[in-house]
Design a protein around this ligand. Sequence first.
Ligand code: XUL
Ligand code: CO
Length: 436
Amino acid sequence: MNPFESIDAIRYEGPESKNPLSFRWYNPDEVVEGKTMRDHFRFSVVYWHAFRGTGADPFGAPTMQRPWDDGSNSLENAQRRVRVAFSFMEKLGVNFFAFHDRDIAPEGKDLKESNANLDAVVRVVKEEQQRTGIRLLWGTANLFSHPRYVHGAATSCNASVFAYAAAQVKKALEVTLELGGDGYVFWGGREGYQTLYNTNLKRELDHLGQFLHMAVDYAKAIGFEGQFLIEPKPKEPTKHQYDSDAAACINFLRAYDLIDYFKLNLETNHATLAGHSMMHEMEYAAAQGCLGSVDANTGDELLGWDTDQFPTNIYLTTQMMLVLLRYGGLAPGGVNFDAKVRRESFEPIDLLHAHVGGMDTFARGLKIAAAIRADGRLEQMVKQRYQSWDGGLGSEIEKGKHDFQSLASLILERGEADANESGRQELFENVVNLFV
Ligand code: XUL
Ligand code: CO
């Protein structure tokens, strides 16, 4: 019933290993730039894809019949699933997990019953956390699957749906606190619109701001000190989601006086859907002091939707780790595999292959990024590009010693700016390739 029980724990065996269930690169105790790999990544398994994913897609039925899951909505089934999930994470050697309230426990006939169901499963989660030492990276509430959220949750045109969502988040916050969560995520799946003809955008944004303030207040009231996170995504399921990308989220947080309480949980394939690279989203958020956590996955170049594949691209993880190392890491966030095995990969063992591959891809990215930084050439070349700001006129401007008048007199006298130097993009790319 639990296929993971009979499998040996996955260990680091090095790049030469022929064992598919071993790490070739992820060596949890190895120290890179003064920190173990375990602490750099804080790898996390998502409950929804790994343990509630069925392989169903808009064209076809579920393909994954899990031997531990009887397919029912019973509490017993939900509790059994939790035990299997923790044994999977134990064998994999991750230290964190993440869940939505409705992933772990079935929705009841009303909120009271749903809350009681949640409590009954949380008891088992707590036991398993104590048994294994695996911690909660973040909790969240599913405010998008149930038909009541058809027009959104905090941004619904129906005020009682806003109230229901508030009640659901209140409970999810309590549960996240009880399980010692390091964070709490808001992903606004249906906080957006399909057509502006039927939408009061300003009013919806105001409601979202109010909702998040209520969450901040309630967290204070119950003593939850975890990090609040917003997860940007531009579309899907709605045509336009308000939390479109890092820049839109940061603007929203500033406009509604929430910037002190939130950071961003950036997801690779959401960045792609927004027309950005993940490196862009991470760099932008980090530059604003808002880089909180990462949902690791990847899209497919040929598919324009959220495929949530496991990351296997070493350039992608190198770029991500370059940003993370430069800005000092993710904690209390982590690298959370918001990724699902393909519909065709329907055996439990595929879950292990997928996560092992993702963890190794990040470990390689970390080692390459650290090597690039140790070499120092790339950094030196960037410094060189900005040398005009390190003395003379540039440093006078940076120190605030100039205004339009003084600069105009200076340029009128000189007649022309100094000559530009080449940007050397190809050389920069070649230097990165020396280490990949
Ligand atoms: C959806 C998505 C969510 C959030 C949590 O695209 O990424 O699973 O991570 O609600
Ligand atoms: Co996500």
